[in-house]
Every structure is written in C-alpha cells, then in structure tokens.
Design a protein around this ligand. Structure first.
Ligand code: PSU
Ligand code: MN
Length: 307
C-alpha cells in the first residue's frame, strides 16, 4: 500500500482540493480528549460552520478503520465525541492505531501531518502542546513541536497554555525555526488569557500579511509550521491569577496520582474544567471558534496570492 491508500478524503474536501478552494484543517483530540460530551460535538460542528461562513472548507481529521480521514460526517464527529476508548494519536501512535484499525483522535502533530499529506496547509486549534513545566527533569516536550519544525502547515492557536512553560516553549520554537506571529498585539497570549508576560517574537495586524509571511517562508523552502497566536477575545478572558492557582493544583494532583506521558495534558485540561465551574470550558469554546474564523480568513487570503 502506498501513502495515499491510507488517506480517505471526504467529497467536500476533495472538491475544494481539486478547485484550489481555501481549506482549514481541524483536529479531533480536542473533541475526544479536550472537552466533555455534548459540548465537544456541538463545538466541533459550530467550528466547521464558522469556517464555512468565512468562505473556506473545514476538514476535521481523525483515524478510523485503518485510514486517516480528512473531512468527517456529523455522525463521525458524534462518534469521536462520545466513544470512550478513542486513542489519543500523536505521530508515534499512528502506525499502531492504523495497523490495528483502532479509532484514533489526532493531536496537533498527527493532524498537521495528515493535513499536509492531503495537501492542506492551514489548521485551526485551541492550544498547541509544548515544553512542560519541569521538562528539565521529565523531558516532557510535546511532539507537536518537533512536527511543527518539519511540516508545512500553519497553525492558528490561542497561544500556549500556562500548564506549559511558555518561555521554554518559545525558546524551543526559535530553535526549530518556527516563526511565532501574534495577531494584532505585542504580547504572546496564554490561551485562557490574552496576556502571558512574554513578548511575541513577531506581530502582524492583518490576515493578508500573515498569508504573505507563510508564502515567503515556504517559497524560501524553509520547511515547517508558522504559529499564529490569536488572543482570546477579551470578553471571554479568564483572570490570570485564578487560572494560575488552578494550574498549580492540577499539576500537583497529576503528580500525586502519578499521571505520566500522554495522559498528562488531558488530565490537566479536565481538572481545570472541572474546577472552574465550566468557565474555562466556555473560554475554550469561544477561543476555538475565534481561531477557526481567523484561520479561514488566512486561508482565503492565502488562496488569493499568486503562486
Ligand atoms: N492543549 C490544549 N488543548 C488540547 C491539547 C493541548 O489547550 O486539546 C491537545 C492537542 O491535541 C495537542 C495535544 O496536540 O493535546 C498535546 O498533547 P501532548 O502534550 O501529550 O503532546
Ligand atoms: Mn507529553
């Protein structure tokens, strides 16, 4: 079997590919492991609608029956939102989950790789994985970063969550040659908040300028991602101190319960959601929709640039 035999592209996405229409890839780990039912399914579908409203085509990506699916039906989204034993699939898990024909929700790393195989170069999500706090001991650094160092898919995210070490994550992206552009402000955002205390390495104020930067990067054959940090809308922002307290509690609970490896991120996300009376979930939903909107605008701008 060749690489294309492992990929199934929906009719809607294939039509967009054939006609060079703007497309935005969307991940499924956020559906299966990042949010509770039924908000996860409702949000995933609303996010697709946001992309369509901007004149782009959504391509939600997941693994099923031994294939990478690019573009899911509403029933498939419900399946990934409701099923309990869905694998969280990063790059290293892909061969196992595909050969064993298991259901798999793809992380940022796996989603961007599959998007790239299908010919899609823009991707919207909530937050990326990064260098964890204490990584100098645990070496817990998300494969999202290594993948971003090599695969030509731009990512729109609301910055980096402060469950991670934001400073080290920015350093690591510099090492990998990943341009980090914050949309419309000088400060790099931290997911729940538009602030992080860190200056953004780069700032651009229009989606057209961002599309031009992407074109220049890949035109120079500088492989890898561009991270577009899109601050959460102010009306949905959470208080930085409240979030920091919750994160510290979540990290010590993870430590006490010996949570390790790929379980760390989902554990912390769930802990924070459970302990903020759903406020963090509301913020999460608002920012992912906002990211989908900006990603679709960038996809439209990018498709207008002469090749
Ligand atoms: N950060 C979030 N929400 C998420 C994730 C990260 O704010 O849903 C998910 C994404 O799918 C990301 C993955 O790619 O967690 C990173 O997991 P790890 O840290 O195990 O690489
Ligand atoms: Mn990890």
């Amino acid at each position: 079997m060749n690489k294309p035999d492992y990929i199934v592209v929906s009719a809607e996405v294939q039509h967009a590919l054939d006609n060079n229409l703007p497309i935005v890839a969307l991940e499924s780990t956020i559906i299966s492991h990042g949010m509770p039912w039924p908000q996860n399914a409702i949000t995933a579908k609303q996010v697709e609608d946001v992309v369509r409203q901007q004149g782009a085509v959504p391509a939600t990506i997941a693994i099923k029956d031994g294939k990478c699916h690019v573009g899911l039906t509403s029933e498939e989204i419900d399946y990934f939102a409701q099923t309990h034993d869905v694998w969280k699939v990063s790059i290293r898990d892909m061969p196992f989950v595909i050969s064993q024909k298991l259901p798999g929700a793809t992380t940022v790393a796996a989603t961007m790789r599959i998007a790239s195989m299908a010919g899609i170069n823009i991707f919207a999500t909530g937050g990326i994985g990064g260098v964890h706090r204490g990584a100098e001991e645990t070496m817990d650094i998300s494969a999202d970063l290594t993948e971003m160092g090599q695969t030509n898919v731009a990512i729109v995210a609301a910055g980096v969550k402060s469950i991670l070490d934001i400073g080290l994550t920015l350093e690591y992206m510099e090492t990998l040659g990943i341009p980090v552009v914050t949309y419309g402000q000088d400060e790099f955002p931290s997911f729940y908040s538009s602030k992080s205390g860190f200056n953004s390495p780069l700032r651009l104020d229009s989606t057209k300028a961002i599309a031009e930067l992407m074109k220049a990067k890949w035109g120079l054959e500088l492989n890898g991602s561009v991270l577009i940090a899109n601050p959460v809308p102010t009306e949905f922002e959470m208080n930085v101190e409240v979030i920091e307290q919750q994160i510290l509690k979540a990290l010590s609970a993870a430590n006490e319960q010996h949570i390790k490896g790929k379980e760390v991120t989902p554990f912390i996300l769930k802990y924070i959601a459970d302990n903020t009376q759903g406020e963090s979930l509301e913020t999460n939903i608002a920012l992912i929709k906002n990211n989908a909107r900006v990603a679709a605008e960038i996809a439209v701008a990018y498709s207008k640039l002469a090749n």
